[in-house]
Design a protein around this ligand. Structure first.
Ligand code: MTE
Length: 347
C-alpha cells in the first residue's frame, strides 16, 4: 500500500529494475516452459492465451506494446479469452483498432475526435495510483500495481453506444469492477460509487484550454448495484494490448448498457458514498444528461435521436445505421435493477 501522492513517486520506487527484469525473465521462462509443456500435450488453452491466440482480437503487430512496457503489460501474458456468446461477446463486427484508437471522446485532450490521439503524447500512465475513499474498510492511496495484483485479466467484447448516436464494438481487456470493490470492503452505507479522472494541465491541453466547457476533474458515478453488476468492467487494455492514452490509460470504466460518457477514463479516485454523486455532464446540462444515462431508444436527447445509431466504422460506400436497443442490448443482464422505475423520468 502507498500513502504518497502520484507526483511524489519516482518510477524507480515502484519496481526496482532488477525485480522488473527478473519478472520479465520469469515470464519469458514460464512462457517457454508452457510451450514445452504444450509440445508434450499439456493445457493448450493456457498456451494459447499466453500467445494471445485464443483472444477474439489483437492489436496489429506494429502497434503492439506487450512485452516492452509498461510493467502491467506482464499481466497481459495470461488473458482469459471472451467466451463465444453474449453478453461477453456480441458476435458483431468489431471496430478496427485504428478507429477505436483514433475516434475518441476525451475532453482533457481536446474536443475533436482526433484530439485525444494527437494530443496525448506527453501523458504518462506510469507511475499511477488511485485513491480509495469514503465508506470502505480499507481507504488509502494505492499503487495501480497493488490494485491489479489480485485480479486476472479477461477479454470482453462489448458494444459502446455514445449519446451522440454512434457506436462501436470493442474488445476490452480488464476485470469486473465488482472484484475491485470487494477488495476494499465497502461498508453498508456505500450506496453509490463516484469516480474521478486525473487533472494534469501539463500533459492535458484540454484541461489548460480557456475554451474548456467541463469543470475538471471529469466525474462519474454509479449506484452500488450497478457497480456490482457482472457486466461493469474496469478496462486496462483493448485488442489484447495495454490501453492507449487516448482510450483512458492506465485504467477506465466500461459500462456497456449506459451511454459512453459514463465510462470514465484514466481514473485516479474511487469514492464510496451514501448519497448520489454529482457527475460531469449532469452538472453541465441536467435536462440533457441524466445520472442514469441508460441507453434508451424511447427517450431522445434534444440534439440526437436515440432510436438509431451509426455503427462505426463508416465509409462513403457503407453507412450502417442500425436500431438502438433498450439498455444497448443488455436488458437480460440489467433490466431487473430498474424494475418499477420510470425510465423517462430517471433518464
Ligand atoms: N472520460 C473522461 N475523463 N473524459 C471524457 O471526455 N468522454 C466519455 C467517456 N469517458 C470522456 C470520458 C465519452 S462522451 C465517451 S463516448 C467515451 O469516453 C468514449 O470512449 P472511447 O474514446 O474510448 O471510445
Amino acid at each position: 500500500m502507498l500513502i504518497k501522492k502520484p507526483s511524489d513517486i519516482k518510477s524507480s520506487e515502484i519496481t526496482p529494475e532488477s525485480v522488473y527484469k527478473n519478472r520479465r525473465q520469469f515470464l519469458s521462462d514460464s512462457g517457454k516452459l508452457l510451450l514445452g509443456a504444450a509440445a508434450i500435450g499439456a493445457t493448450p488453452a493456457i498456451v494459447n492465451a499466453q500467445n494471445g491466440a485464443g483472444l477474439k482480437a489483437r492489436a496489429p503487430a506494429s502497434m503492439r506494446r506487450v512485452g516492452v512496457e509498461p510493467w502491467w503489460a506482464d499481466k497481459f501474458a495470461n488473458i482469459k479469452p471472451a467466451p463465444d456468446a453474449e453478453p461477453y461477446y456480441t458476435g458483431e463486427a468489431m471496430a478496427p483498432y485504428d478507429d477505436v484508437t483514433k475516434y475518441n471522446n476525451f475532453y482533457e485532450f481536446g474536443m475533436d475526435k482526433s484530439d485525444p490521439s494527437s494530443n496525448s503524447g506527453k501523458f504518462k500512465a506510469d507511475p499511477w495510483s488511485i485513491e480509495i475513499a469514503g465508506e470502505v474498510a480499507k481507504p488509502g492511496t494505492y499503487h495501480l500495481e497493488d490494485i491489479l495484483k489480485p485480479h486476472s485479466l479477461e477479454e470482453r467484447v462489448y458494444r459502446l453506444r455514445c449519446v451522440e448516436a454512434w457506436s462501436m464494438v470493442i474488445p476490452w481487456i480488464g476485470f469486473p469492477l465488482a472484484d475491485l470493490i470487494k477488495q476494499f470492503e465497502p461498508t453498508s452505507k456505500a450506496k453509490f460509487v463516484e469516480f474521478e479522472t486525473l487533472v494534469d494541465p501539463d500533459s492535458m491541453p484540454g484541461v489548460r484550454s480557456r475554451f474548456a466547457i467541463v469543470r475538471w476533474p471529469y466525474r462519474e458515478g454509479l449506484r452500488i448495484d450497478e457497480a456490482m453488476n457482472p457486466l461493469t468492467f474496469m478496462a486496462v487494455g483493448l485488442y489484447g494490448d495495454v490501453l492507449p492514452s487516448q482510450n483512458g490509460a492506465p485504467i477506465r470504466l466500461v459500462v456497456p448498457w449506459k451511454y459512453g460518457f459514463k465510462s470514465i477514463k484514466s481514473i485516479v479516485k474511487i469514492n464510496f458514498r451514501e448519497t448520489m454523486p454529482n457527475t460531469t455532464w449532469n452538472d453541465l446540462q441536467a435536462q440533457e444528461y441524466g445520472f442514469y444515462a441508460n441507453v434508451n431508444p424511447g427517450v431522445h436527447h434534444p440534439r440526437w435521436r436515440q432510436d438509431t445509431e451509426r455503427r462505426l466504422p463508416q465509409t462513403l460506400f457503407s453507412r450502417t445505421r442500425i436500431g438502438t436497443r433498450l439498455f444497448n442490448g443488455y436488458a437480460d443482464q440489467v433490466a431487473s435493477m430498474y424494475q418499477g422505475m420510470d425510465l423517462a423520468r430517471y433518464f
